[in-house]
Design a protein around this ligand. Structure first.
Ligand SMILES: O=C(O)CCC(=O)C(=O)O
Ligand SMILES: [Fe+2]
Length: 742
């Protein structure tokens, strides 16, 4: 081989090597692409598997509901079949007053379930309409999925928000005549007598001095004065007990009634006509404190939310897994209530006086700063998302004051960029996220956390898990701020679809001789919080209560009844603004008190507000900026009231720990400590649900939570009216401007 040949061979070899390298590179790239595609498909598959799992649980639930209903429906129908074979006239499943026929009320899915049930249980000759109903669908998973998928295609968030906005007209409560006796009883017993009742019909009556009639059961009489012929579109008259007579206490609700309320998905308007309200067994009417209620997603009812990867689904039917039991134990240890005001004062000087609480430590400044930064981050994130995907965050109200850039953040919150806070950051926000933010931003904060903080919030102080950026459809900030648990991979949109809503509450009372649905506008949304999310929030609240009792929450954030006795109030935690339920010691009227200090809305609650807006539970313009947390021990209650108009409508309340009922009525009266009368309309509030109050439900009907049978927590989220929110902001700014202003 001569030199030229050798060179050629070498060149050939080189070029082959290069080529094979290129081929390898290409193959690697292809493999990467392939892996990405596979991953994408796997994600999709997982989502579908979850949807399927959820859907089959749904189908089970629907079928068992249907079985309940057919149990009620079929015997009378079959009994009504005359000997010549004529079908009995269709009857409403629930004795509904709206006159819809069965067929119209049942979705193909339910009808299909009926068909299957009938086949399985061999139910004999059915009337024609039932037979037709049974044949009008097939129990096909695809159908069910299609039903659910339909929701997605509608601009439901916008529609729901619009719906809500259309209903926000705040009605002036009409002057409702009440006897002087009834009014006097109310005034005597109501802790709110000079408080939230200011806007109540009762107060209005006293002010206008309108002549008594209905409640007197005598003078003027109410029944005779009703129009002789009811307008055709009105439901048949159903005078509520106590109507036209003096207010009375209704018998205690039957125990352990099953939850059979009619739920629907928000956009599922076509199935809306099934009306349960005239049914005397309707839980919304007769108030079962449904002790046996099993939340969807519990082990008993099938999966919801996260797949069964960890503790989430292993949780027992009620929120109460091992961690919660521990928490309960630690809470019980703290719970020893002072017997009287004096000992309470000894323990927490100044705490119940209505003024500033114990001197805050500089740790609060750090925690407050962390909170502010956390909120700023959340809002900034949403802003950025909006730029990238306009309209994505339908519900965002920009809070300019928090949209600080990194530079100004340091100026505003010096502790964050520089040295660690001098004292414990207190963990007041009850959220490991806030603590993690401190860790990230200040670097050393975690080292200062006391052992107790770590016990209270397990996992606090450990290294943060990697931010879940790669989860398709999961709101990263919900995880970051510990609203959503890390193991919950269910896309946000799917979580939203799992929410069940009831918007057709009815309870008629007489107002100016007309029958009015005084609970019109109420909405109950279930499955807003998954079980593990409820747990996390309960942990947070437990932490806040703990800190509050030790005087570590600023100003009037925490308050407890002056004297603990059954039926006497409950503990409250206020964030965002200070609110007077009744005239305080300084003689200030009920409503927002802008010049009182309270802690800011913690990130976990900001994330919750944003979820409510994103899911269409609240209109985007009304994202709450304040919260009041009520912690009810057994026997605690909230007396009848109408929420103050310093807060805009709609507002909402979320329920935790135990299912209790809330009572609504135009003329609720406290009859004796812890006893309320004047209505028999109750709405059971399942754990993890959100009750929205607006329209008549917020402004015509009063509401109260009678003494609870078990411990309960609620989170009431409200937006301040513009005048008050400006005043509160100004006050905050002044506080911030002052050195060590806290
Ligand atoms: O505890 C509840 O669910 C109701 C609370 C309430 O009515 C209020 O805070 O105004
Ligand atoms: Fe309220």
């Amino acid at each position: 081989m001569d030199a030229v040949q050798a060179l050629n061979v070498k060149r050939l070899y080189e070029s082959n090597r290069r080529r094979s390298e290129n081929v390898q590179k290409l193959m690697q790239e292809e493999a990467k692409k392939h892996a990405l595609v596979v991953e994408k498909h796997e994600n999709k598959m997982r989502t579908w598997r979850e949807t399927l799992a959820h859907t089959s649980a749904e189908v089970q639930a629907l079928r068992s509901k249907f079985q309940d209903l057919t149990g009620k429906l079929l015997p009378p129908l079959e009994a009504g079949t005359s000997s010549d074979g004529d079908a009995a006239p269709p009857r409403s499943l629930s004795g509904s007053t709206n006159g819809h026929a069965n067929g119209a009320m049942l979705s193909p899915t339910i009808a299909a379930g009926a068909a299957q049930d009938a086949a399985q249980h061999g139910s004999g000759s059915a009337p024609a309409d039932v037979a037709q109903m049974r044949s009008s669908g097939s129990l096909d998973m695809q159908d069910v999925l299609a039903d659910y998928t339909m929701d997605l295609s509608k601009p439901e968030v916008a529609a729901a928000a619009e719906l809500a906005e259309n209903n926000t007209d705040a009605m002036e409560p009409p002057p409702i005549p009440a006897t002087p006796e009834v009014h006097a009883t109310a005034a005597l017993h109501s802790p709110y007598a000079a408080g939230e009742h200011t806007t109540s019909p009762l107060k209005a009556t006293a002010d206008t001095g309108a002549p008594p009639h209905a409640a007197a059961g005598g003078e003027g009489g109410s029944d005779e004065e009703l129009p002789e012929a009811e307008p055709a579109d009105w439901p048949a008259p159903r005078l509520p007990p106590g109507f036209g007579g003096p207010a009375k206490v209704f018998p205690a609700p039957p125990p352990a009634a099953p939850y059979i309320g009619r739920d629907r998905h928000m956009s599922d308007s076509d199935q809306d006509s099934m009306d349960m309200h005239a049914d005397p067994e309707d839980p919304y009417h007769t108030s079962p404190v449904a002790a046996g209620f099993v939340p969807r997603g519990s082990a008993a009812a099938g999966p919801v939310g996260a797949p069964s990867a960890d503790r989430d689904l292993a949780a027992p039917a009620r929120v109460g897994n091992r961690r919660l039991v521990q928490l309960e134990a630690s809470h019980a240890a703290q719970r020893a209530r002072p017997d009287d005001l004096d000992s309470f004062h000894d323990e927490f000087p100044g705490l119940t006086l209505g003024g500033q609480a114990a001197a805050p430590s500089s740790g609060f400044a750090a925690a407050a700063s962390a909170n502010a930064v956390a909120n700023a981050r959340l809002h900034a994130h949403v802003d950025q998302e909006e730029e990238e995907f306009p309209g994505l965050n339908l519900g965002v109200v920009r809070r300019q004051e928090w949209s600080q850039d990194e530079g100004s953040k340091d100026a505003e919150f010096p502790s964050l960029g520089g040295a660690a806070p001098a004292a414990r950051p207190a963990g007041v926000w009850g959220s490991a996220s806030a603590a993690r933010l401190l860790q990230q931003d200040a670097g050393k904060a975690m080292a200062l956390l006391p052992a107790s903080g770590q016990k209270l919030w397990p996992g606090l102080g450990q290294a943060a898990a990697p931010t879940p950026t790669s989860r398709p459809g999961v709101e990263k900030w919900e995880v970051e701020y510990e609203l959503r648990v890390r193991s919950d991979l269910t896309p946000d949109i799917e979580r939203r679809r799992q929410m069940l809503s009831k918007t057709d509450f009815e309870y008629y009372e007489e107002i100016r001789r007309r029958r009015v649905n005084v609970v019109d506008g109420l909405e109950l949304h279930r499955n807003v919080l998954s079980l593990p999310e409820q747990e996390q929030l309960i942990e947070c609240i437990t932490g806040w209560v703990h800190d509050g009792r030790e005087g570590r929450l600023r100003g009037r954030t925490f308050s407890a009844p002056r004297k603990w006795s059954p039926g006497k109030g409950r503990m409250t935690i206020q964030f965002g603004c200070c609110y007077n339920y009744a005239v305080d010691r300084e003689g200030r009227k009920p409503g927002i008190i802008p010049e009182e200090v309270v802690e800011e809305l913690p990130p976990v609650l900001v994330a919750l507000c944003k979820r409510l807006v994103r899911w269409g539970v609240l209109p985007k313009a009304l994202e709450p900026d304040s919260a009041i947390i009520n912690v009810y021990e057994p026997g605690d209650c909230i007396p009848p009231h109408i929420d103050h108009h310093d807060f805009v409508r709609p507002f909402c309340t979320l329920s935790l720990l135990s299912q209790q009922s809330i009572m609504f009525g135009q003329r609720l009266v406290p009859l004796a400590p812890g006893q309320f009368g004047g209505s028999d309309f109750y709405v059971p509030l399942p754990t993890g649900s959100c009750l929205v109050l607006k329209g008549n439900g917020a402004d015509v009907a009063m509401h109260c939570v009678p003494p609870v049978s078990e411990r309960r927590m609620s989170i009431t989220l409200r937006k301040m009216g513009p005048a008050h929110s400006d005043l509160v902001k100004q006050f905050l700014e002044r506080q911030r401007a002052r050195k060590n202003g806290w």
